[in-house]
Write a protein that binds this ligand. Structure first.
Ligand code: MLT
Length: 264
């Protein structure tokens, strides 16, 4: 489905019934990233998976910033009549989840922070992002996908489920150059979420693939240590897109977390 939010078309799925749960994808993904979780949860949650502006079916126009992505989600949820939701973000989606918490915390029932980090980029990462913007314009999103796929998927998955490499590459290669450029600028300009961690007072699940090389387990431990009462789950034999690489294991920890919320 597509809805017009303040002049911007936002592509989204709204399926299932129960506790609302909003899913935010990473870079350079789209809402299909969360398909294994949405399909597993439809009987118990109202799942809203949406495309960040510039990706999937959403408009390619800016402004692009992590705060803007968070505001887009807030607007979408209001249009859908959702006042409070569990918010799940993977990697860049986690950066958006932190911004959503800062800007719209009254709408947050709980947080799921998957394969993400709170801190800002190193100088090396900043330089890589600038080079990636150039690459996107010169050689297109396929070349960006070629570069990103290496760190995206864990060693075990590459060995045991090589077909997933093609699936993830296809998803990333379908991103628009405008969306890629916008997201890279958004990540370059993002706030440090480290001071935010101590303010989080909703139930929080931190999940990370044991073989994640982009946002390693250490980053998840930092989140877990700083967010009071949070739960940390490390998914064995999974890399950065742990939710796609080991969907059953990921869904298991997610379902347990959601079940505990029913009583919280
Ligand atoms: C992502 O998967 O969203 C990216 O790895 C995030 C980033 O580049 O910082």
């Amino acid at each position: 489905m597509i809805v017009l939010c303040d002049g911007v078309e936002i592509g989204y799925d709204d399926v299932g019934t129960g506790m609302p749960m909003a899913f935010i994808h990473g870079f350079p993904h789209n809402r299909t990233l969360w398909a294994p979780q949405v399909s597993a949860l439809v009987d118990r949650a109202r799942c809203i998976a949406f495309d960040l502006r510039g990706f999937g079916e959403s408009s390619r126009n800016g402004p692009f910033s992590i705060d803007q992505y968070a505001d887009d989600l807030a607007m979408l949820l209001r249009m859908l009549g959702i006042e409070r939701t569990v918010v799940a973000g993977l990697s860049m989606g986690g950066y958006v989840a932190f911004a959503f918490w800062r800007r719209h915390r009254e709408m947050v029932r709980a947080l799921v922070l998957a394969d993400t980090r709170a801190g800002i980029d190193s100088e090396e990462t900043r330089a890589k992002r600038v080079a990636l913007i150039e690459l996107a314009h010169e050689r297109g999103s396929g070349a960006v996908a070629d570069g990103q796929i290496v760190g995206m998927i864990g060693k075990s998955t590459r060995e045991k489920r090589p077909a997933l490499i093609d699936d993830v590459h296809r998803m990333m290669g379908s991103a628009s150059v405008e969306g890629i450029h916008g997201a890279l600028e958004a990540m370059l300009g993002r706030d440090d979420s480290t001071p935010t961690l101590a303010t989080i007072d909703v139930p929080t699940l931190v999940v990370v693939g044991a073989e994640d090389v982009l946002t390693p387990v250490r980053e998840a431990e930092i989140l877990h240590d700083a967010i009071r009462g949070s739960r940390l789950e490390v998914i064995k034999h999974a890399g950065h897109v742990s939710n796609l690489e080991r969907p059953a294991a990921f869904n298991h920890v997610l379902s347990e977390f959601l079940a505990a919320l029913d009583y919280a």
